[in-house]
Design a protein around this ligand. Structure first.
Ligand code: ATP
Ligand code: MG
Length: 292
């Protein structure tokens, strides 16, 4: 029988353990292009992109609309084929077709949590379904796990009896996070997870992600337009411009001493946290280069 961890999730095969210093996730020279209607030329959405996420790291990916953030994120979770380059997880190169174990290791959440929640299903049933599918937990163990997940995402356990339509945007995003966590991923790819939420609700989700890193060692690739949130949450940041990652730096360094012209342009659009505020932007306002 396969070895399982304390939550009943199968433990990864250890035939080829990653080296101690291998990052959890490494993308190397990833290229992704799309055919364009009415044109022979392909659209190069991601060009030679390389980035790394270490264990319990929170890494930002920022750039304007259309710069290739979601395309790269989708390639990391196996939803988008790559033309060339490599995506490695725990030292293993991942193909486009992912094994069940690959899928368990990396989970993704989106701007609109409705996309990953069935509106007809109560939250308990939605969570139970995925737990049953991916772990050996059964019966009462599943109920216990659902309650634990509500605690982890700081929601009352009564939410388990609700349906998505009866919940607020922030609650839905917390449930989407619980769903992603239900199978114990090591990496969460969060594609604009707070962009659709009110500023006050955004802060709660950002704090939750930070707590999850601290408490369960979750690694996060955090995609956002909002540089002020990235600065609060992330250890390091990758700046992507027209599919190219133009700068990768520890967060504090990037904000204090941006090297690429594009990063400087992005930063000039946000209020200075340690200095005079950019005119016209109120404190706490979303700082997106582009708004939805
Ligand atoms: N399936 C697809 N077919 C064709 N073009 C696509 C497809 N997916 C993305 N693109 C194009 O690839 C480029 C990058 O898109 P992507 O969605 O990755 O950008 P993004 O940085 O996530 O933008 P946003 O901030 O608006 O979410 C865009 O020009 C987009 O139109
Ligand atoms: Mg996107």
């Amino acid at each position: 029988m396969a070895e399982v961890d304390e939550a009943g999730a199968p433990v990864a095969s250890s035939a080829q353990p990653p080296s101690a210093d291998a990052p959890l996730l490494r993308c190397s020279d990833v290229n992704i292009s799309f055919s364009q209607r009415g044109s022979k030329q392909r659209l190069h959405a991601v060009r030679n992109a390389s980035l790394e996420v270490g264990p319990a790291d929170i890494v930002g990916l920022v750039g304007e609309s259309g710069s290739g953030k979601s395309t790269l994120a989708r390639a990391i979770v196996g939803l988008q084929r790559i033309d060339s380059g490599a995506v490695e997880f725990e030292g293993r190169r991942l193909g486009h077709t992912r094994t069940a174990e690959d899928r368990r290791g990396i989970q993704m959440i989106f701007q609109d949590p409705f996309g990953s929640l069935d509106p007809r299903m109560k939250i308990r049933s939605a969570l139970a379904e995925i737990i049953r599918r991916h772990t050996s937990l059964r019966g009462k163990q599943i109920d216990t796990r659902c309650a634990e997940l509500m605690d982890m995402v700081q929601l009352p356990r009564t939410i388990l009896s609700s349906r998505p339509a009866g919940m607020s945007g922030g609650q839905r995003q917390r449930v989407a996070i619980a769903r992603a966590l239900s199978i114990n991923p090591r990496l969460l790819v969060a594609d604009e997870p707070v962009a659709a939420l009110d500023v006050s609700v955004q802060a709660g989700i950002v704090n939750l992600l930070s707590d999850l890193r601290r408490e369960v060692g979750l690694s996060i690739l955090f995609i956002s337009h909002d540089l002020s949130i990235v600065r609060t949450l992330c250890d390091s940041v990758n700046v992507i411009y027209r599919g190219d990652i133009v700068e990768t730096r520890p967060c504090a360094e990037l904000f204090d001493d941006p090297r690429s012209d594009y990063t400087r342009t992005l930063l000039s659009a946000i209020p200075r946290l340690n200095g005079p505020r950019t005119e016209g932007l109120a404190q706490g306002q979303s700082l997106g280069v582009r708004r939805r």
